[in-house]
Design a protein around this ligand. Structure first.
Ligand code: G3I
Length: 449
């Protein structure tokens, strides 16, 4: 009875089921609903991302949720002016590169945030003005966008340049005081440096139609009319009791899209809990899905404890990494109202892996690109629990380790850190490292400590 089942399916699967009857059973009932945020969004031609802090990547709960649930990342602070150019002309990309390389190794998009902003400027820039500041800003945009050329899906080129309240004016700032054209100059510099990246203007309190969003709208309209390169508008969407999800959210996204730019929800968080919070998240997702040019949604952190507004519990996972009702509502909305079924449990392998005895074994999974790699190493305990381990890796000549997570590196020898030294008999844990050159091909050694 394949055809009657097909009538309950989403249209894209209906066609497939009719052409390939044998696959019908795969799509019966609700089994076609994807079971992670990123996969569900991808089915809708969107991304679902999160802000990421580099220093949290060694937290396994955080890293696992990031790996499995999201298909886009935004460095939360690591690409800002104070982080990337701490002294004038000296650029520092370590933490941002860590996030970008992890995202690339996991096939995720990267949203760059933020090239030009009145806040989080390094002290040297805060003390500049006039032509010196304008030139420094252009150089900064050019250098950072060039460093990440080809790796960024969308850049927040200019962030939060309009004033709050009813004035519709530009926000006063040192950048604004260099001249009203500073925004378009920043966009032109970004386009010249990375022609493939989408260039966004990003702001908050612009989520509904109001004086501030009207002013941004007029700027985008003017930029489009004059050929200033702008591709997208980011709506931060930080919601709480004082600033709730506006009733005209979707209509506001749509009016910007009608100007010929993409729209993106860039920093979503909604303070609250339970059903009310869940309903608001679902409404945001439905609004984005209803606007063809809405590319995707980024939440501003993974767990409530990761949020800049942690006390408002505004995110999709609780402090322990458990899914909240808001998560389920978001996933269901991404799936067009379909509640996903529990993913099938993995069938255990029919062959027993070789017994490593009382020690441990290690295996490597590599993600390589021309000139670099990310290695994920799995340490498996033998018949006795481990209380510490050391893995030895052989690197081809010319290769070097540049960054390690979930382990302490000493050259090409990696030892456990405080939280992952204890591994139950037969159990396993993972760590990773990133490098330049060609990644290791030999099986690593593993010793219990
Ligand atoms: O890294 C230092 C640490 O060494 C120090 O011990 C600690 C003490 O306060 O501060 C740490 O830096 C903090 C940083 O977050 C990392 O946690 C800064 O003080 C703090 O100011 C910074 O806050 C960030 C904020 O932007 C700054 O404006 C938040 O993490 C970040 O979520 C927030 O993000 C902004 C978006 O960029 C733009 N839209 C609004 C959004 C929320 O404010």
């Amino acid at each position: 009875m394949l055809v009657p089942k097909g009538f309950g399916m989403k249209p894209r699967f209906l066609a497939l089921a009719l052409v390939i009857p044998v696959a019908g059973v795969l799509f019966a009932g609700t089994a076609d609903a994807a079971t992670t945020l990123g996969a569900s969004a991808a089915e809708q031609g969107r991304y679902f991302g999160t802000a990421v802090a580099a220093y949290k990547l060694s937290d396994t709960t955080y890293a696992n949720l990031l790996r499995t649930e999201f298909n886009s990342v935004t460095p939360e602070n690591e690409m800002k002016w104070d982080a990337t150019e701490p002294s004038q002309g000296t650029f520092s990309y370590g933490s941002a590169d860590q996030i970008v390389n992890l995202a690339k190794s996991q096939g995720k998009k990267v949203r760059g945030h933020a090239l030009a902003w009145h806040s989080q400027q390094p002290p040297w820039a805060q003390s500049l003005s006039g032509t010196a500041l304008r030139n420094a800003m252009v150089n900064h945009v050019t250098q950072v966008a060039t460093h990440y050329k080809g790796q960024i899906d969308s850049w927040d080129v200019v962030n939060e340049a309009f004033a709050d309240g009813g004035s519709g004016a530009r926000r006063d700032s040192n950048l604004q005081r260099t001249g009203n054209d500073w925004i378009e100059v920043a966009f032109r510099a970004a386009r010249a440096a990375d022609p493939a990246a989408k260039l966004c203007y990003n702001d908050y309190n612009t989520d509904g139609q109001n004086a501030k969003s009207n002013a941004v709208y007029a700027m985008v309209q003017d930029f489009k009319a004059r050929g200033v390169p702008i591709d997208c508008v980011g709506f931060q969407s930080h919601f709480n009791a004082q600033s709730p999800l506006p009733a005209d959210y979707q209509a506001n996204l749509q009016r910007f899209a009608n100007l010929g730019v993409d729209v993106q929800i860039t920093e979503l968080d909604i303070e609250g809990s339970g059903t009310a919070q869940a309903n608001s998240y679902a409404a945001v997702v439905r609004a984005c899905l209803a606007v063809t040019r809405c590319n995707g949604i980024t939440v501003w952190g993974i767990r409530d404890s990761d949020s800049w507004r942690a006390s408002g519990t505004p995110l999709l996972f609780d402090g322990s990494g458990n899914k909240k009702p808001a998560y389920t509502a978001t996933l269901t909305a991404l799936n067009g109202g379909t509640t996903p079924t529990t993913p099938p449990t993995t069938t255990p392998p029919t062959t027993t892996p070789p017994d490593p005895g009382a020690g441990c074994t290690a295996s490597i999974t590599l993600n390589q690109w021309n000139g670099g790699f990310v290695a994920t190493v799995r340490v498996t305990a033998g018949s006795t629990a481990l209380s510490g381990w050391t893995v030895g890796v052989t690197l081809p000549s010319g290769a070097a380790v540049t960054n390690t997570w979930n382990a302490q590196a000493s050259g090409t020898s990696f030892s456990n850190v405080g939280y992952n030294g204890t591994v139950a008999a037969g159990g396993s844990t993972e760590f990773g490292f990133q490098g330049t050159g060609t990644g290791p091909s030999a099986t690593p050694t593993c010793a219990a400590r």
